[in-house]
Design a binder for this molecule. Structure first.
Ligand code: C2E
Ligand code: MG
Ligand code: MG
Ligand code: MG
Length: 282
């Protein structure tokens, strides 16, 4: 009897895996088609200087809207693009689109904005990564320190020599590097100390906990102090309330992004947002 149950579970399990593999395959086919048929586009979220209230930069985030109007979130399709290798080609397109849009915004507004571009571990490890960056940077009339690549903490901790060499090459090109989702990856702090990152992005999960009075500031405070000690700037992600803004400022964190300031927007909405922002901020 026990055997039957186990066998039953195994069949069920195999079935689940087959279903999942099939779904991933469909997702990958869909994604290739989406790329070819222009269902993918970029949105940009403002990053705000909390001292002045002014915009400092943007984070580029990819979106997939199918022809029948369904939005598929990046958390669902980026992993599929990563495991198939499609992310390399897609990543070039993302970089090119974000830089082109930044150049357009500079021509129109001349705000000297930074552009944060998310880089998947697969891209970061790819032997052609540096060449891709060079090629894309050369296409546009931008100051290179306006460009910031975001890599997650797990990539940062990959293989220290490779990471250090890649960071140096990126810096030699004049661009910057941030650690995304900081605090969620169990970084070895002594490694971190020997690597040169320009910025730490405090993960939203910690900012969420700052909503109730006097609770949840331990980790953000630690990260903010760490950033200061290691000479890195710090930005808070996923800020949704005035309360969080006040508490971040109290902890000497002076940069943030989140729905409180602006959601990720397509270029058309972003320009309307920027027009309003400039009218308000002067
Ligand atoms: P991430 O890089 O940490 O991006 C931050 C995510 O938080 C974005 O979700 C953004 O829309 C969301 N967010 C920002 N402010 C708020 C807020 O106040 N409240 C809430 N609830 N959410 C907020 P999104 O766009 O769904 O992206 C999810 C993840 O997918 C990203 O996390 C990143 O890891 C990945 N991703 C997105 N675009 C790209 C891309 O172009 N390339 C790569 N390699 N990965 C990307
Ligand atoms: Mg990011
Ligand atoms: Mg993040
Ligand atoms: Mg993330």
């Amino acid at each position: 009897r026990a055997k039957d149950i186990i066998r039953g579970d195994a069949v069920e399990y195999t079935h689940e895996i087959e279903k999942e593999t099939h779904q991933r395959m469909l997702m990958l086919q869909g994604l290739r088609k989406a790329h070819a048929e222009h269902e993918l586009f970029m949105v940009y979220q403002p990053q705000i200087d909390l001292n002045t209230g002014k915009i400092n930069g943007l984070e580029a985030l990819i979106r997939w809207k199918t022809h029948n109007g369904t939005m598929i979130p990046p958390d669902q399709f980026i992993p599929v693009a990563e495991s198939s290798g499609l992310i390399v080609q897609l990543g070039e397109w993302i970089m090119c689109s974000a830089l082109r849009d930044l150049e357009h915004l500079e021509n129109r507004y001349a705000l000297g904005l930074q552009m944060g571009i998310n880089i998947s571990p697969v891209q970061f490890r790819h032997p052609n990564f540096l060449n891709t960056i060079k090629t894309e940077l050369n296409k546009f009339n931008l100051s290179r320190n306006q460009v910031e690549f975001e890599i997650t903490e797990s990539v940062a901790m990959m293989d220290i020599d490779t990471v250090r060499a890649t960071l140096k090459q990126i810096h030699d090109l004049g661009a910057q590097v941030a650690i995304d989702d900081f605090g969620t990856g169990f970084s070895c702090l002594s490694y971190l100390e020997t690597l040169h990152f320009d910025r730490l992005k405090i993960d939203k999960s910690f900012i969420d906990k700052m909503s109730n009075e006097n609770a949840g500031t331990y980790i953000p405070e630690m990260i903010i102090n760490l950033g200061r000690d290691l000479d890195m700037s710090v930005i808070a992600e996923g800020v949704e309330t005035q309360e969080q803004v006040s508490r971040l400022k109290g902890l000497n964190c002076f940069e943030a992004q989140g729905y409180f300031f602006g959601k990720p927007m397509d270029m058309k909405s972003l320009e309307i947002w920027l027009d309003g922002h400039i009218a308000k901020q002067g």
